[in-house]
Each structure stands twice: as structure tokens, then as C-alpha cells.
Design a protein around this ligand. Structure first.
Ligand code: PAF
Length: 287
């Protein structure tokens, strides 16, 4: 496994592989790897000749009062996880390497970003698509892997690839959960002991909603109300949002019948803001 910190060095090496027609699987991350990332790496390993992992905490996607400075980082541990996951190349650039000057050109998201995390974190997805565009140009992957925990991000990346004609297949990988149901996230380390104990209820609420859908409740307004009531009654943090939208268009819907619907939650604890979701297909969960 090789580690590169310079764009030019990585590009030089990868170009040799592309010339021989080898496929490149790319997993972009911000590090502090967990089993969710490992699943992305495993999928990439299965489907490609070469696996490239990037680790870069991208300042452009953090707002002024967000956790850029405290975002968990542990490169030594990430290196071990990458090794056991069969990664060939880690790209681990500095901020100066990725943004030597204040960018003169950025990418802006014009759809799918006025809802969910996009409406709560202004500019976040512009920062995401700008860095992903740079990373796609640097790595030139055959396939790139994104987790469905960030379902809105995955939908926006689909549009980025379609709108800018990147010849890249986007592979979306299911959420990985702790044994008690909590979605794996680098930010789970921010939870206090009490918060960690009750946080699995976020997914419990989503599962109950799924059960209501299975029993025939197809009205998004009523489903959302019931989920909010469950959270308000059982959790001690704060709902940031609970939304039911079409997927991947992320538009409001008046019924779940015949739709792929995303039920998405963002929930705030003292230091952690957790997100989770389920996708429901025409009244049934897709996974
Ligand atoms: O999902 C993430 O970890 C980040 O948003 C990404 C895609 C690596 C871009 O910085």
C-alpha cells in the first residue's frame, strides 16, 4: 500500500494503470474510518483492479460554526484499516496541497440542496461537489463509492456526474449499523454516555415508521407527525429535521404509493448532530 500526499505523484502512478486498462475503484472519505467506510472499501476491492482511498477533511464543506477543527482524525489507525481492507493507494493531501490558493472557481449545486442537510448547512454541498470534482479529476476512477447514510450527498453526486459528464459509475452502499441499530458515523465519538445509550432510538423510530407503512399507512404527513412525536417523547436532544421526500429527486410527496421515498432524520445532541434514513420503495423498504 502506497501513501501519497502530492497530487502530481498520485496522478503519475495512476496514469500508468489507466493506460493498461485497469479499473480504479475510488472511496473518498474524511478519515476516522469505521465499518461503514470498510464496507465501501470492500465493495471497491471486489469490483476493481486498483483501490484508491482519499482522506481529506475538506474545509470548504464546513460552516463557520461547525466542527472543522474538532473533526476526529487518526491517520495511523486509518492506515491500518486501509491495509486490512486491501487499499492500494491512500491519497492524504494537506489543505495547502488541495487548495494552494483561494479557489477562483468553485462548483455550485443548483438543485436537491434546498432541503434536508442542504437547508440546514448553507454552502455544505457546494463544498462537497467542489472537492469531489477535484478528486474525480485527480484520481479519474472507473467507479466511486458513496454511503447511503448521506443519501442527499449520494443523490447530488449522481447529478454532478450526470451534469458534468464524468465517465464514472457511482456505486451506493447501504448504511452499516452498530448491533443496537445506531448508524455508524465518525461523529458518534462526540456522544456522551447517556446520549450513546438513547441514540439507537433514532433508528427505532424509523423502523416503526416502516412498520406503519407495511400496515398500509401511506400518508407522509401523518407518518412524519408520528415519528416526530416518538422522538419528542423518547429522546432528550433536538430534532433538526424529519422529512419524507421522493428519492433521488428530493421533492415533497403527497403519498408513498408508487414512490421511492427517503425518510430522513437529523438529530442534535449536545455535541453530535446525527443523521439517519430509510429508503422505502412503493410502500416497502428497498433494503
Ligand atoms: O462523505 C464524506 O466523507 C465527504 O463529504 C466527502 C465525499 C469525502 C467529500 O469531502
Amino acid at each position: 500500500m502506497k501513501i501519497y500526499t502530492k497530487v502530481k505523484d498520485l496522478q503519475k502512478d495512476l496514469m500508468a494503470y489507466s493506460k493498461f486498462g485497469k479499473s480504479i475503484g475510488f472511496v473518498p472519505t474524511m478519515g476516522y474510518l469505521h465499518e461503514g467506510h470498510q464496507k465501501l472499501l470492500n465493495e471497491a476491492r471486489k469490483e476493481n483492479d486498483i483501490v484508491v482511498l482519499s482522506i481529506f477533511v475538506n474545509p470548504l464543506q464546513f460552516g463557520p460554526n461547525e466542527d472543522l477543527d474538532t473533526y476526529p482524525r487518526d491517520f495511523a489507525r486509518d492506515e491500518q484499516v486501509a491495509k486490512v481492507s486491501g487499499v492500494d493507494y491512500i491519497f492524504y493531501p494537506s489543505v495547502e496541497e488541495m487548495y494552494p490558493k483561494t479557489p477562483c472557481v468553485k462548483v455550485f449545486v443548483t438543485g436537491k440542496s434546498d432541503v434536508l442537510c442542504g437547508s440546514k448547512r448553507p454552502g455544505h454541498f457546494d463544498g462537497v461537489v467542489t472537492v469531489v470534482t477535484k478528486l474525480f479529476h485527480i484520481v479519474q476512477p472507473t467507479r466511486a463509492y458513496f454511503g447511503l447514510k448521506d443519501a442527499q450527498q449520494a443523490a447530488i453526486i449522481d447529478s454532478l456526474v450526470a451534469d458534468f459528464n464524468f465517465p464514472i459509475e457511482i456505486v451506493k452502499v447501504d448504511i452499516v449499523r452498530e448491533s443496537d441499530g445506531l448508524a455508524k458515523s465518525s461523529r458518534n465519538v462526540y456522544l456522551t454516555e447517556e446520549e450513546r445509550q438513547e441514540a439507537p432510538l433514532i433508528y427505532k423510530g424509523l423502523k416503526q415508521l416502516k412498520e406503519s407503512v407495511a400496515k398500509g399507512q401511506m400518508n407522509p404527513f401523518d407518518l412524519k407527525q408520528a415519528l416526530c412525536t416518538f422522538y419528542e417523547t423518547n429522546l432528550h436532544g433536538q430534532i433538526d429535521y424529519v422529512e419524507i421526500l421522493s428519492y433521488p429527486d428530493l421533492k415533497p410527496i403527497s403519498t408513498l404509493i408508487g414512490q421511492t421515498a427517503l425518510v430522513a432524520v437529523a438529530y442534535k445532541y449536545s455535541k453530535a448532530r446525527l443523521i439517519d434514513n430509510v429508503l422505502i420503495q412503493g410502500g416497502k423498504e428497498t433494503k
